[in-house]
Design a protein around this ligand. Structure first.
Ligand code: PLP
Length: 395
């Protein structure tokens, strides 16, 4: 018998994964060119050539015992962490040192490490709908309680009044994700300032430390020159979780980092706790070869032109067909209003045309669907006539 907790988790297991598997099944029946699978955020742009070059050079030039060994610190190689810190300092005017960086097994690993380090059973973690559904499991892993702020479907910036009202003495952390999965929205500097002010006020009122966890795997994926504010500059108790899954197209390599600044409350203990959490959660350390690879590729620019072309084609195509959605400023998702209140019914209707999209309820926002446009351009172009047929059903 599996544990009660896992029973629930298995039962609620990610709708997105299920959809992805359905895509594979349909592709076998109809041929992959006739299936429009928009279900998973798996980048389909190859990693930059610099990644391959770095791997080959490392394999040829480095001592294999070191390269494939455990790192001497669970937080990662000192030189890698120093290089990451310097790169952040030059980009964002911060003052991080190697000790502020913990290398992680992607953003998912980083979030689990920081939540393990922070949460006591019953502690509350606030999230803004729509949000990445996996947060529910990550928080529940450490017996935390997720507190949702309802979606603002006008522009998908967080609802700050409701946020303020829902902060309690048990609020331990707030997770934000910008550019956002599933909306593609970038939280504005104004939003961030106001959010920080609310948190400062509540920390004083309750005499607590409330940590802001910035989950930012999509930081480099921002279009039209939109700036993504660096959150440690607005609120001292900020921890940043970064990932190379999307920026360097390395999701399977499982590499990212946490930034725990000196300004964060109890920073030294938190850094030690993150180190130990990395070990005891069974990660031990982030993959050693990949740590060195990302160090070699820190100055690589993410080429977002591919996603941008998809974004324009899909957004314009769907708007012409009468679908309602806001234009994403970042990431590679479009969050479209379902023409019927029950968006699961709409997803089922889309499947008749071999279009796979994910219900908004997976992100705490029913009535909407997520379309991941990290697919071949041809998939977008060829899907539009199918979307047109789908739209006709609702006219
Ligand atoms: N956070 C968000 C918002 C995501 O969309 C994802 C992956 O899609 C993750 C975290 C996990 O990313 P990683 O591959 O870095 O673990």
């Amino acid at each position: 018998m599996i544990s009660k907790k896992m029973e629930n988790m298995v039962a609620n297991s990610s709708a997105i994964r299920a959809m992805f598997e359905e895509g594979n099944r349909l592709a076998k029946i109809y041929g992959p060119e006739n299936v429009f699978d928009f279900s998973l955020g798996n980048p389909n742009v190859p990693a930059p050539a610099a990644v391959k070059k770095a791997i080959i050079e490392l394999l040829d030039g480095e001592d294999p015992v070191v390269l494939h060994g455990y790192t001497n610190s669970n937080a990662g190689y000192e030189d890698v962490r120093q290089a990451v810190a310097e790169s952040l300092n030059s980009r964002f005017g911060t003052a991080f040192a190697a000790k502020n960086i913990t290398m992680t097994v992607g953003a998912a690993g980083g979030l689990n490490v920081i939540l393990k380090a922070l949460l006591n059973p019953g502690d509350e973690v606030i999230v803004f709908a729509p949000y990445f559904g996996e947060y529910r499991s990550y928080v529940s892993n450490y017996d935390g309680v997720i507190v949702e702020i309802s979606p603002n479907t006008v522009d998908f910036q967080p609802k700050l009044d409701e946020f303020e009202a829902k902060i309690t003495p048990k609020t331990r952390a707030v997770i934000v994700n910008t550019p956002n999965n599933p909306t593609g929205v970038v939280y504005s500097e104004d939003t961030i300032r106001k959010m920080a002010a609310v948190m400062e006020k509540k920390q004083k009122e309750f005499g607590t430390d409330i940590y802001l966890i910035s989950d930012e795997p999509y930081r480099e994926l921002a279009y039209d020159g939109v700036e993504v504010p660096y959150l440690t500059k607005y609120y001292d108790n900020t921890v940043v979780g970064y990932s190379y899954s999307k920026s360097l197209s390395l999701p399977g390599e499982r590499i990212g980092y946490l930034v725990i600044p000196d300004e964060a409350a109890d920073s030294e203990n938190l850094i030690s706790a993150a180190n130990v959490a990395t070990r005891i959660l069974g990660f031990v350390n982030a993959p050693t070869l990949q740590q060195k690879v990302v160090k070699a590729c820190l100055n690589e620019k993410t080429d977002i032109s591919f996603y941008d072309r998809n974004r324009e084609a899909l957004y314009n195509g769907l708007k012409e067909l009468g679908f309602e959605c806001i234009k994403p400023e970042g990431a590679f998702y479009l969050f479209v209003k379902s023409p019927v209140a029950d968006e699961k019914q709409f997803c089922a209707a889309a499947k008749k045309y071999n279009i796979l999209i994910v219900p908004g309820s997976s992100f705490g926002c029913p009535g909407y669907v997520r379309i991941a446009y990290c697919v071949a351009y041809e998939t977008i172009v060829n899907s539009l006539p199918k979307f047109a047929e789908l739209a006709k059903e609702y006219k």
